[in-house]
Ligand binder design. Structure first.
Ligand SMILES: [Zn+2]
Ligand SMILES: [Zn+2]
Length: 271
């Protein structure tokens, strides 16, 4: 028995004797099956191959965790420290003793929140390593949760209040249940949004964008982008931390989101 991991998206499936016939997350238009066909690995194989995690402080109380060398989609996870416990925001596939020790020294994990299925990674392993920490996922994405544990919390509401002032907010768009995390104490109290790629910080980091599919470049509609921006507008934030290394808007992030939505919609109407 093994818990097989899809090499292209990094999502782990539950115990089975043989690899699953397909990865439902990759075999779908928002992802893709690798050019050499569906391939699988395991955590043991990754550890033996020398993958490790790098943990760094991005701003006071916010730590990024990223695997090196790059694996699968190569997103980063974040540990958000609050006086009432820590949130693991989004997830990465590799978890090892060194990472668990390092995260314990930073106060452990009280809860896990995941923006959307591309970052489900090894959520069950992370939860198991940290006292069955609850895993918050929006109920509208339930069909994509391939590996479940008793700690799974599928919530149907538009928002979910956690601890330390953190709120998970459903923005939708890229996935119907697409979540971001609002952390009001972040950015020295000016407010942070951890956005995964529900809002994508682009190369010109004064801007963001929004897509239905990033690898296959399928845009969202005007209505979807409008709705997404309306849902984040009530929250005060100055900084955005995106899914990929270096992809952050360090100031006036709420302005960047508004400007970027206007630019996007103008483009949809361009002759
Ligand atoms: Zn996959
Ligand atoms: Zn994605």
């Amino acid at each position: 028995m093994a818990r097989f991991i899809c090499v292209t998206c990094g999502v782990q499936y539950p115990d089975s004797d043989a690899p699953p016939p397909r990865c439902i997350i990759c075999d779908e238009e928002r992802q893709y099956v690798g050019w050499n066909g569906q391939q699988w690995t395991t955590l043991d194989a990754m550890r033996a191959a020398g993958y490790r995690n790098e943990i760094r402080e991005e701003e006071p109380g916010l730590w990024s965790i990223q695997t090196t060398p790059a694996f699968a989609i190569n997103q980063r996870a974040f540990l958000v420290q609050t006086p009432e416990g820590n949130l693991l925001w989004d997830c990465i596939t590799l978890i090892d003793d060194e990472t668990i020790e390092a995260v314990r020294r930073l106060g452990g994990i009280r809860a896990i929140g995941v923006s959307h299925p591309h970052y489900y990674a090894t959520i069950v392993e992370w939860s198991e390593a940290f006292e069955s920490a609850p895993i918050y996922i929006h109920a509208d994405d339930a069909e994509w949760v391939v590996h479940r544990s008793p700690g799974l919390c599928l919530f149907p509401e538009e928002t979910q209040s956690l601890f330390g002032g953190i709120t998970l907010v459903r923005l939708g768009g890229h996935f119907r249940g697409g979540l971001v995390a609002h952390w009001p104490a972040g950015a020295e109290g000016r407010g942070v949004v951890l956005c995964g790629d529900i809002i994508q910080v682009v190369m010109d980091r004064r801007w963001v964008s929004f897509m239905y599919s990033y690898p296959n470049i399928i845009p969202l509609s005007e209505a979807e982008v409008t709705r997404l921006v309306e849902r984040i507008r009530p929250y005060r934030y100055d900084r955005l931390w995106g899914a990929f290394a270096g992809r952050q808007v360090l100031e006036d992030a709420s302005g960047a989101v508004e400007r970027s939505a206007r630019r996007y919609i103008e483009r949809l109407h361009a002759p």
